[in-house]
Design a protein around this ligand. Sequence first.
Ligand code: FES
Length: 205
Amino acid sequence: MPKSKQITKFAIAGKFIGFTLKDDNQIKEIQLQTYKGEVWIKPNKELRPTLKNVISVGDLVIVEGEKHLNDKNGQTKLKAHLVTLKQPAIAVEATKHPDPLLSCTNNLLAKSINQQPIASILICQKSDCQKRGSQNVCRQIEEALRDRGLESQIIIKKVGCIKQCKSGPHMVLMPDKTRYSEVKPSRIPELIERHFSGYKQPQSA
Ligand code: FES
């Protein structure tokens, strides 16, 4: 008997614009703005409980999963099993790019989708923060992540001015959006331990 469904894999990059909810307030769909328009993707049940902690409106993300095409009626359903945060909304805002989607979407798709960092550290690298030592802070972050084997799981994003220049260097830890000002390099190991102790060094194959 011929199959009535075709299943293929998909990876879609876009800006997260919200969830649609079920009657019991559970997440029903992830809503994305892509360069082709809006799409709605149903998360699988393992993904659903974690989503609200991982992504916020305005974040640039990649959603991966399976596309189910019903041969009989031609309808397509997207089911997600993984959402990867690629650029938090706060970084998009800070860089003030006129259209982050146009500039980022193709790059996002071009990047390897096998790396799955969901956390990131944003560090202002504009002149006032640089004068106050943000480059040293950045080097210390790189070293601390490397020492813990976390450099593939926690990405460092050098961002533009976030309008708090008098109290730099500024750093924002994602996904929980904790902001630190007047950051000293010596504090970095302690802050990494405090915020990312749940992140494990990847096992080698
Ligand atoms: S230069 Fe860093 S906040 Fe303005």
